[in-house]
Design a protein around this ligand. Sequence first.
Ligand code: 13P
Length: 251
Amino acid sequence: MAIRRSLIAGNWKMFGTRAEAEHLLSALKTRIGRPTDREVIIAPPFTLLETASRLLAGTSICLAAQNLHWEPQGAFTGEISGPMLKDVGCSHVILGHSERRQYCGETDEQVAQKVGAARRDGLIPIICVGETLAQREGGETTALISRQVRTALRQVQTNFSSLIIAYEPVWAIGTGKTATPAQAQEVHAAIRATLAELSDRATAEMVRILYGGSVKPDNVDGLMAEADIDGALVGGASLQAEAFARIIQFR
Ligand code: 13P
């Protein structure tokens, strides 16, 4: 089995002022030092990318945005492009988060366009997929997730191994309800099988698949013990330095 470097990413969503970001990042830097065997990414809102980029200079923590527009520039009021994100210091971008699908009407097709744009612009996409409770109860989970992954990767022909997928069951986001490690593992294995069909088994073994949805210090260890869970995409707990540091230091 290929060795995949563990990855913990913090999605700050629409939270934070510059003063709060400074406080949180300095507390985080003190607590985590320079982890060598695991990768750390933070994804603040657009307004904090410049501040975070400055505060993270010289650390091993990478910077992600929470969205992008697929055009590199143009008359798209209110949008932000990949080259702009690169310019401010981002290496990664979260795409297709369920909150964007739910509240902004983002479709699988748009996610695919954004994934293509991220790769064109030299950003590593963290592609989110996940089912609602009704879809899970209707037995649709595996088919739905496989469709989301296939569509999102429609424009990707090469270099699959650098992709990052995040499985975030919608019913587990911000609810305090986590998927059990076994439930998450089942979906992660299905995602890897889909990736193997789109590329090949060896490549699929290199792709990191993160779990997201109420990841906390007290459930991260169990999740990370599963074979196909390579990291976590953390929302609420990533806004607390102590909790996020403990998640990064999962055992
Ligand atoms: P919570 O950790 O707050 O459930 O959020 C998960 C999430 O949506 C990360 O992208």
